[in-house]
Design a protein around this ligand. Sequence first.
Ligand code: AMP
Length: 206
Amino acid sequence: MKIILLGAPGCGKGTQAARIVQETKLPHISTGDIFRDNIARKTELGLKVKSVIDGGDLCPDELTIAIVKDRIKEDDCKNGYLLDGFPRNLVQAKALDESDAPDIVIQLFVPFEQLERRLAGRRLCSKCRSSFNTADIGERTDCPKCGGELYIRGDDNVDSVRERLAVYEQQTAPLIDYYGKQGKLVSIDADKTREEVFESVLKVIK
Ligand code: AMP
């Protein structure tokens, strides 16, 4: 099965992706994770995209499309993929349709006013990769699950968050219509607990 997780920054794509992967064993391909890994390792790619990502804008299409096309050619994708954060605009969606079109697109919908709050309070665990919000865990710096160190993503600052949400509205939201017309879109109300959202996701993928 080839699945795309679509939704604005802060809608819970990463959290749901981790659960879907446990359930389906599909490879989780997050373009954001690929870029962040390259930035952390200071590769040529990482150095190229760092300032774009910190500013909340999109990395160049040509570069991003090439990364994804290469990745989905790998052996572990022969039974499908779970794409998280790609495509982000129509150019990318059309490129994917030409090479390896998705079977289903799951849109996680969260009201816009919630997203800024979710992103501003987001804390991530450097060890187990879980995501939390200060609304639930306060300002603690250790992971409630594994004790690992919590950190704030470089692009979760006020200015980048605003830019990322604007970019989503302008460039990514049109994909809802694009995949809707192809009959591939399923929208899920993601303004709920992660367990409730996952139950809805499971119904779709089963
Ligand atoms: P994410 O982790 O999906 O929120 O992505 C973090 C950042 O990586 C985005 O704000 C973009 O700067 C960059 N990025 C991730 N995926 C893409 C993509 N498909 N196209 C262009 N830029 C991307």
